[in-house]
Structure formats: C-alpha cells, structure tokens
Write a new protein. Structure first.
Length: 161
C-alpha cells in the first residue's frame, strides 16, 4: 500500500474518533426563564470553549461565553451550567424583545473538526414549557417519598400489612 494513502487513512480514522459534534440544541420556557440545552458528544477530556449568541436584526449579541468577549447586557440576566455532555444556558426575564435566532457554538481543544455550531429560532409564544420539577430534585425527605410510594408498593404486592 502506498505510504501516502496509509497516512491519509490514519488521519481520517483519527478525525472520526476524536471529533466532537453538537447532537441537539433545544429551547423551552420555565416561568419567565428561557432554557437552552446544547447537547454534544464528549469523547475526550480536553477543555471546552462555548459561545451562546443571539442574532436579531442582523446583529450578533453574545450572551455567555468562556472566550474573551466584551461585556454585554444579556450576560447579567443569564447563567451557564456545564455537564459532561451538555452546556445549558438560562436567560432570566425572557420577553418578546429577546426573540431571535440563538446559536450554540462549541470548540474542544485539539479537536480536528473545528467549531461546532447549531442555531434555533426562539419565539416566546411558540416555546414549549420545560419538564416538570422532580420530587427528587427538591429537598424532599426520603421518608416523605417512601410514604408517597407505599400505595404503589402495596399494589404490586411487595409489602403486605
């Protein structure tokens, strides 16, 4: 086999095994807070840089970023939560004036694919409500959860009184 072809094949395989990509960008409304989840494949432990922006009237406004970007008015109303395979943006006091095209841009250090970008159009009246609050997330005591589940346990005959 030609050495040039071998090198090309190896580089292609390396690119596929190390590339990161955004799987999904979704938006929902929780009260007056816009929540955007930018889910991505995480195949390395390399550092992640992110950039959430909004395009309105052909103007880009950066909301949150861990790159060197100037301060803006939306940063004070927003918050970022990072997990292993998701970057979550919350924009508080969301109004119709905040409607527009939102962008999630991710870059993993050492990734061969470059920046990954996804867009979503956000219109307040068309947003779904975010999923309900779980009892486990709240500071609900385990005793209360056990009492609430007792009828279910009895129904499936795990317990008899």
């Amino acid at each position: 086999m030609n050495p040039t072809i071998s090198i090309a094949v190896i580089l292609t395989v390396l690119q596929v095994t190390h590339c990161q990509r955004i799987k999904e960008l979704s938006a929902c409304l929780l009260g007056q807070t816009l929540r955007m989840d930018c889910r991505y494949e995480n195949k390395t432990t390399n550092p992640l840089t992110y950039d959430f922006s909004m395009f309105k009237e052909s103007r880009k406004r950066v909301i949150q970023s861990n790159r060197n970007v100037p301060e803006n008015s939306l940063k004070a109303r927003s918050n970022i939560t990072l997990s292993k395979d998701m970057v979550c943006l919350q924009l508080f006091d969301f109004t119709t004036a905040d409607e527009g095209i939102y962008t999630c841009e991710l870059k993993i250090t050492g990734d061969y694919t470059g920046n990954q970008i996804r867009n979503i159009t956000v219109i307040k009246d068309k947003l779904e409500k975010c999923a309900g609050i779980s009892l486990l997330i709240q500071n609900t005591s385990w005793v209360l959860l056990l009492l609430l589940s007792l009828p279910l346990l009895q129904a499936v005959d795990f317990m008899s009184l």
